[in-house]
Design a protein. Structure first.
Length: 448
């Protein structure tokens, strides 16, 4: 059974035969197929090639006589395929030997029919099968072409994206280098200003009138504030440039809390705030950089003090969470609007509502803190509700606890523990000797 044709699907058939009687017989057989066909004729191979190899082939299928004057049907078929034509060719031959059949199929014929017998039903099957094969082949070629176009488009898009990424990285690197250079150049004269102010406060080279000491205090505070802002920019530039190194080691959470308490307690007292450290039921040990972690906690606690009205409460707590340790900094301050929580860790973002509008800074403290947390394999998140304070949670990797000098630890372990304690005491003494807390507490640890 032949496949049905649509009303506008007419098959263009080119009959190539030098014998007019044979061409008439082929036309008669085509009429008997029941197919909608438009028949054209050619008497020789050259005429057939001219009609089929042009920019607009004149046939959908070819019935080609094997014996033509000047050239065989096989020669014409080979010339068609060499010219890039994929039109289906059915060979009409008076020969039926296997060698001829194999040669025709190898050359690209879809089938062959003996001229002595042209039953319409067989001719219909052959033509229908030939067209089905051609449609499938063209669909495959079209799909391959579409795939190639898609791959080329994807490669072009990937190349453009890569170029854009490289340009963005270069621009970001240039920005970071510029910020680092400018911050360094600005810090140098500011440090000199601070040093000369201190000398004048100490009466060098000569005592300063008592009435002028207040001016020097104001100058010193302004110098410290500006230096803190510049240090924040420098720190952020270092983080973006990947120039911050992390010395990750086991560190007791209690030691971290103690390292920041000496600085936060007096700061909270100046605003009539209470500060509380809520230790966990069992000692916890985190795998972190002690200095960087203290910097994060100091920034979070300073922000909590900054944005909490007098009479409020600031808390530092810790708990174990699976293979992580969570440190929570909470306050009873003004809180953070929900629409700000998504961007509060972005660089140069500052709160601008209520009490927070009065605060100064670069808006880099939280961005730096989160990058430091991630640099240690941790994370920093925030939760808040306006009017009910905020909770910032620092997640760190858990580590085996430090050796206990009061237990069965070896003498070497006890010395290691005592040395770490002494180092923490030295760090706290250094912080206390500073005599002030920078306007942005993220500035101290990285800016050297």
């Amino acid at each position: 059974m032949t496949e049905p044709q649509t009303a506008d699907e007419r098959l263009r058939v080119l009959v190539v035969d030098d014998d007019a009687v044979d061409r008439m017989a082929v036309r008669r057989a085509l009429r008997g197929t029941g197919l909608a066909v438009d028949v054209s004729e050619a008497e020789d191979g050259d005429t057939a090639l001219a009609r089929l190899l042009g920019p607009s082939p004149e046939a959908d299928c070819v019935l080609l006589d094997f014996q033509l004057p000047g050239a065989t049907g096989l020669d014409v078929l080979q010339a068609l395929r060499a010219g890039g034509s994929d039109v289906p060719v059915v060979m009409l031959t008076g020969q039926s030997d296997p060698e001829t059949a194999v040669a025709l199929i190898k050359a690209g014929a879809v089938d062959f029919i003996p001229k002595a017998s042209l039953p319409p039903d067989r001719l219909a099957r052959v033509l229908t099968s030939a067209m089905r094969v051609q449609r499938a082949e063209r669909a495959r070629q079209s799909a391959e072409a579409a795939t190639r176009r898609a791959l080329l488009a994807a490669e072009a898009a990937q190349h453009q994206a890569e170029e854009a990424r490289i340009r963005a990285e270069e621009a970001n690197k240039a920005k970071s280098e510029f910020l680092a250079m400018m911050s360094h150049e600005l810090r140098t004269p500011l440090n000199a200003i601070g040093g000369y102010v201190q000398l004048m406060q100490l009466g060098v080279p000569e005592p300063v009138p008592h009435a002028h000491l207040n001016y020097l205090d104001r100058l010193k505070r302004s110098q410290q504030h500006l230096l803190g802002l510049i240090n924040s920019v420098l720190n952020y530039a270092k983080l973006e440039a990947g120039r911050v190194e992390f010395a990750v080691e086991p560190v007791a959470v209690a030691d971290l809390a103690a390292s920041v308490e000496a600085m936060i307690t007096p700061l909270a007292a100046t605003k009539d705030l209470s500060y509380e450290w809520q230790p966990p039921p069992q000692p916890l040990v985190a795998l972190a950089d002690p200095d960087k972690t203290a910097q994060i906690l100091l920034n979070l606690l300073s922000n909590a003090v900054k944005f909490t009205p007098p009479g409020g409460h600031v808390t530092l707590a810790a708990n174990a969470a699976s293979d992580r340790i969570a440190l929570h900094v909470s306050d009873t301050g003004v809180g953070i609007p929900s629409e700000k929580l998504e961007t509060v860790f972005d660089p140069f973002v500052q709160l601008d509502t209520g009490y927070a509008r009065q605060q100064e800074g670069t808006g880099l403290g939280l961005a730096i803190s989160r990058d430091l947390a991630r640099g240690m394999g941790g994370e920093l998140t925030a939760a808040s509700e306006v009017g009910h304070g905020a909770i910032f949670t620092l997640m760190l990797r858990a580590a085996p606890h430090l050796p206990d000098p009061s237990g069965d630890a070896s003498e070497a372990d006890r010395r290691l523990h005592d040395d770490r304690r002494a180092g923490d005491d030295d760090r706290r003494s250094h912080d206390e000797r500073r005599g002030h807390i920078d306007a942005d507490p993220t500035s101290e640890y990285l800016a050297g």
